[in-house]
Design a protein around this ligand. Structure first.
Ligand code: SPV
Ligand code: MN
Length: 660
């Protein structure tokens, strides 16, 4: 369980401002007339106290209130260039920001949930007691903004007025962080008080990069106070550690969905995208994938792109599943973004017009950004995340330094992406989700696409995501369980989250159940009797898997029933490949969809073993695993450990004739 407003409010305690009178006095002392006037429009007492306490604690030289007006947006960009957090690049309205070489991703070893005595957190996350966090914040954040300007912004995580949208404060000394917030989030300054009333709460984020030297990085911390819905971040700059409107507040939204909005809301690490199908209908998908596993690319293959990272889902009055994107921009990995796989994004990045913040890519002598896998001829020299770079440069261990960091990113507004459906994305009613997908980075086990038999099997697909380590976390190694691809952002025990998933998808209120499916486009040749680690398919094949799911969601294609769910028939896929102008040999289909039963069984065993170690896991999970195992073992007994699609069909036919 989680209790809001429990224990001391660390920000209030360190800041020491307890009343509106004291807050006003401080604001008058710290803000110039213009910024004071801007704050005058905010009447929410709690928000004013948060802002005053942040100012009191951090002690900046000046305060800048960012209302989201054109003028303020421009001011933030100018401040960032003047301060040197960003630098101009060759293209107009593009800038580059570098994070320290040692901070190119989320610092999970220094990221903690603040907990009250007796409160449980996810076994996969770190936590710190309230008292210890208080001491740390008091020690390191007191006076951290001296010599700097503190920026304060009022944002909405979602289209203003949407049931699942939540307002949030971003308070930071970093102009880069505020500039990123301007691109990624909607401003709600004008309606902040009203929106707080509607939503019933708001999130607060307090950050300072401090001196931003490598020697301060060991002291860097990301703290999330679940009880007070407040984040603290210090001595770091990477947006995943500092722009806590994003994953910090996502974690709070996960908590709220799990503990306060059962059968009402979900907060997921999912893209949202629409696919235009027969007759011009648009079918919306929400899809989970762990960081660094192609979520942005998948989202962009849709015809009606809505978002690439986060989804707030809810059950509407009419029983439909709805979703909004809490963001309005992307903070996307650029490695392997090229004209072939990501034409819309590439156009936004390479043609004039868009405002872009680049991070940790290479800038060549002409000031042009380059990154690995961009499909263009790459420069031999330039400046990147570790300073001057030339081809063949090695690090202190003799390993080659890549031209761009694998987690280097671009920050750009969704409206710059050609297939963005802005009207749908801004609709407070959200879009109706008909398909939910779960994918990982799985080289040898699951087929490219399979559909869950029912919501319980669907929840189990989400619970069973695995992924190889990616570059999005500092120091990540090996294959990791990635439940719902949301695991890094689930504050409480996984059992609680899983229980909320079963409750949500089985809810009687959810009259239009979405199709729930697994996706895997990382199968390799060597895993299917061939040679090498090359992928069996191509990135662009995802279009076909999604199109097949679109038809399936409308009951327009048949499928083969297996113990783990339904898989596509060859003829249907061939027709869909044909539509994208690609041949699809039967031999490739056979490789992709044959069941390597031992691998699937081993996968189930690994998951079961891990979940058995946790308390209170819903028994339904183990029942589904047992049911799947039984079916798979029967297949193995009959056909051996590699079961061809023809054999899967035969087994399904025998099972259905035995039933009738
Ligand atoms: C991810 O790593 O999943 C991201 C970027 O989307 S971060 O802000 O680091 O979470
Ligand atoms: Mn993400």
């Amino acid at each position: 369980m989680l209790e809001l407003k429990k224990g001391m409010d660390i920000l209030a305690e360190v800041g020491g401002i307890g009343s509106l009178d004291e807050a006003r006095k401080l604001l008058e002392a710290k803000c110039d007339r213009e910024n004071l006037a801007k704050l005058d429009k905010i009447t929410n007492e709690e928000a004013l106290l948060k802002i005053a306490n942040a100012i009191s604690m951090m002690d900046p030289d000046a305060v800048f209130v960012n209302t989201g007006s054109e003028e303020d947006l421009l001011r933030v960009r100018i401040m960032s260039l003047a301060k040197g957090e960003e630098h101009p690049v060759a293209m107009r309205d593009h800038t580059i920001h570098f994070d320290l070489p040692q901070e190119q991703a989320r610092i999970i070893d220094r990221t903690f949930y603040i907990v009250n005595p007796g409160e449980e957190t996810s076994v996969l996350a770190l936590s710190i007691s309230r008292d210890e966090a208080y001491e740390y914040i008091k020690t390191y954040m007191t006076g951290i903004a001296r010599g700097k300007t503190l920026l304060v912004g009022f944002f909405s995580r979602g289209p203003i007025g949407a049931p699942a949208a939540i307002p949030a404060l971003e308070i930071t000394t970093s102009t880069y962080v505020m500039h990123s917030a301007n691109i990624l989030y909607r401003h709600v300054y004008d309606q902040f008080d009203k929106e707080v009333q509607r939503a019933g709460l708001f999130f607060t984020n307090v950050h300072s990069e401090g001196p931003n030297r490598p020697e301060d990085l060991p002291n860097a911390r990301v703290f999330m106070d679940r009880s007070w819905l407040t984040t603290y971040s210090m001595f770091c700059t990477y947006a995943g550690n500092t722009l806590l409107l994003k994953k910090g507040n996502h974690r709070f939204a996960v908590d709220l969905a799990t503990y306060y909005q059962r059968e009402e809301r979900l907060s997921e690490h999912m893209f949202i995208t629409g696919l235009r199908g027969p007759g011009g209908r648009v079918t919306y998908f929400a899809g989970a994938a762990p960081s660094g596993c192609g979520k942005t690319t998948t989202a962009m293959t849709g015809t009606d792109f809505i978002g690439d990272d986060l989804a707030q889902l809810w059950i509407a009055e009419d029983g439909t599943l709805r979703a909004i994107n809490p963001e309005k921009g992307i903070f996307g990995i650029v490695r392997d973004v090229n004209r072939e796989s990501d034409p819309y994004l590439m156009k936004a990045l390479r043609e004039e017009g868009a405002e872009v913040i680049w991070t940790n890519v290479l800038i060549d002598v002409h000031g042009v950004p380059y990154w690995v896998g961009n499909g263009e001829e790459l420069p031999k020299r330039g400046v990147n995340f570790q300073g001057e770079w030339w081809e063949g440069k090695t690090d202190e261990n003799g390993n080659p330094i890549p031209l761009s960091h694998p987690n280097s990113r671009c920050t750009v507004e969704c409206k710059e992406i050609g297939n963005y459906n802005e009207a749908a994305a801004e609709d407070p009613n959200g879009v109706q989700i008909k398909v939910i997908t779960y994918s990982g980075r799985d080289s040898d086990t699951m087929p490219p696409v399979w559909v869950a038999k029912d919501p319980d099997h669907g929840v189990v697909i989400g619970a069973s995501i695995l992924s190889a380590a990616t570059a999005t976390e500092v120091g990540a190694k090996g294959v990791r369980r990635q439940p719902w691809a949301n695991e890094p952002f689930i504050p409480g025990p996984l059992a609680d989250y899983m229980d909320a998933q079963f409750a949500f998808f089985n809810s009687d209120k959810l009259k239009h159940k979405p199709l729930m499916a697994g996706l895997n486009y990382f199968l390799t040749h060597e895993a299917r009797g061939g040679e090498g680690k090359g992928l069996l398919g191509e990135k662009r094949d995802v279009k076909v898997w999604l199109r097949w799911l679109e038809l399936r969601a409308h009951g327009e294609v048949d499928a083969i029933e297996t113990p783990i769910g339904y898989i596509p028939r060859y003829e249907d896929l061939r027709r869909l490949f044909d539509e994208i102008g690609k041949e699809y040999p039967k031999e490739l289909y056979d490789k992709q969809f044959a069941f390597y039963v031992d691998n699937i069984l081993a996968r189930i065993e690994l998951q079961e073993e891990a979940y058995r170690k946790e308390k209170n896991i819903p028994p339904r999970l183990f029942e589904i695993y047992a049911e799947q195992r039984k079916g798979l073992q029967a297949l193995k007994a009959k056909y051996g450990s590699i079961v061809s699609v023809e054999q899967l069909i035969e087994a399904a036919e025998q099972a259905s004739s035995a039933e009738s």
